[in-house]
Design a protein around this ligand. Structure first.
Ligand code: COA
Length: 174
């Protein structure tokens, strides 16, 4: 389904545009951005694969996928509510701030708070789930600041740099 545009206090949260794919290619090869991703890419994905991904997102009946843009038109990240289950009224949340100039400025905190409101008040979701690698301190901090509670640990769930690492499970209820 097409994700309707919304806003947070300082950012426009809009559906993907084809041009976003060019930015994602630069984010794909940035080791710092990739370091806590489930499957770090570390190489540029073919632009046609990126376009296919946009199409898949637009056709996904169980997810909303947005780009995060500043009010003066700089695209700085993506955020999604996906794996929506309307019976259990749950969704997963994912976020990337790909423009590192904006790290540590409270963007993710503001956008996650906006997504909580969007999910709970507009989509009728009653619980949001999220997973984050134990070592991803900034994302752990964002969940802490936005009221998510850690309610589980998937021990040794992923391999990172040749070592098994823990993945933390977070959730928040309406
Ligand atoms: C994780 C991410 C989304 C955070 O975005 P952001 O906009 O920088 O987050 P915010 O500024 O809202 O908050 C980050 C917090 O972490 C803190 N922080 C940053 N580095 C830290 C570190 N090494 N140790 C502890 N805290 C740290 C910041 O100080 C800030 O807290 P504060 O506001 O109390 O000072 C961003 O770094 C990112 O996109 N990383 C790559 C992709 C990724 O990991 N996505 C999440 C996958 S689950």
């Amino acid at each position: 389904m097409k994700s309707p545009q919304t806003t947070s206090l300082n950012y426009i949260i809009r559906p993907f545009k084809k041009e976003d794919a060019l930015l994602w290619q630069t984010w794909d090869i940035d080791p710092e951005i990739q370091s806590y991703m489930p499957e770090p890419k570390n190489e540029e994905e073919d632009i046609s694969a990126q376009y296919e991904y946009i199409e898949e997102c637009e056709n996904d009946e169980g997810g909303y996928y947005w780009s995060i843009e500043t009010k003066d038109g700089v695209t700085i990240g993506t955020v999604s509510l996906f794996e929506i289950n309307s019976h259990h009224k749950i969704a997963d949340l994912g976020i990337i701030i790909g423009d590192k100039e904006y790290w540590g400025m409270g963007v993710a905190t503001e956008v996650v708070n906006t997504m909580k409101g969007y999910a709970f008040n507009i989509l009728g979701i009653e619980r949001i789930n999220a997973e984050v690698e134990e070592g991803n301190l900034p994302m752990n901090k964002v969940f802490e600041k936005t009221g998510f509670e850690q309610d589980g640990v998937f021990k040794n769930a992923r391999v990172k740099d040749g070592k098994r690492i823990n993945v933390l499970h977070f959730g928040i209820c309406k």
